[in-house]
Design a protein around this ligand. Structure first.
Ligand SMILES: CC(C)(COP(=O)(O)OP(=O)(O)OC[C@H]1O[C@@H](n2cnc3c(N)ncnc32)[C@H](O)[C@@H]1OP(=O)(O)O)[C@@H](O)C(=O)NCCC(=O)NCCS
Length: 164
């Protein structure tokens, strides 16, 4: 019998799979601008100013990313049950201030509106709880994503959520 794959959040790794997922999220998926629709592709114009790293450059950064985890800075991906890396987040934790700050959360545009963002967010929230953190602040706040964040519990005009 084949090994069962489990979906979920994990630290980004130096692998082709994670590279592909990272590039699809960071360099091929634009911000959610329209409410009720998945977001667009990065335009050729944006890419000129924001070149994607090569696989070798990506791999050379992973060691540093792992060291940064010791300082409370995390890069996670979300892998689905089919083994695709479908989402990426970058966040940091300041324990002394009892806060987690989500800097970026992106679901690959080809996998949006299928429940991955909410599953990923709930694992992120659980991660904060496991660290004993009670507050989450968003810095990832695109207009079209506002409906999504409200559904994740960031209500009203505040972008800070108290978790228990
Ligand atoms: C915003 C984003 C993270 C949402 O992830 P997702 O996987 O598409 O969202 P889900 O499928 O988990 O949706 C969860 C709920 O939010 C709603 N939702 C998600 N995106 C929405 C949008 N643009 N407009 C309206 N509702 C939206 C869904 O309909 C769903 O509602 P339901 O629970 O009532 O069915 C994703 O679309 C994305 O990465 N966008 C591009 C990058 C971006 O703008 N990120 C945020 C700023 S960095």
């Amino acid at each position: 019998m084949g090994k069962l794959k489990t979906a979920g959040m994990r630290t980004i790794q130096a692998s082709r799979k994670d590279y592909k997922g990272y590039i699809n999220c960071m360099y091929k998926t634009d911000y959610s601008i329209a409410v009720g629709r998945r977001s667009g592709k990065w335009s050729a114009k944006s890419i000129v100013f924001n070149q994607a790293p090569t696989y070798e450059q990506f791999v050379s950064c992973i060691g540093t990313i792992k060291q940064l985890m010791e300082q409370g800075r995390y890069d996670f991906v979300y892998e689905n049950a089919e083994g695709n890396v479908v989402a990426y987040t970058k966040l940091y934790v300041v324990k002394e201030q009892d806060v987690m700050v989500i800097e970026t959360l992106i679901v690959d545009r080809n996998f949006q509106l299928q429940g991955y963002g909410s599953r990923f967010y709930s694992e992120i929230e659980q991660f904060a709880k496991d660290l004993g953190i009670h507050n989450i602040i968003l810095r990832a706040f695109g207009f079209g994503a506002s409906v999504f964040w409200r559904k994740m519990g960031f209500t009203g005009t505040a972008i800070c959520k108290k978790i228990v």
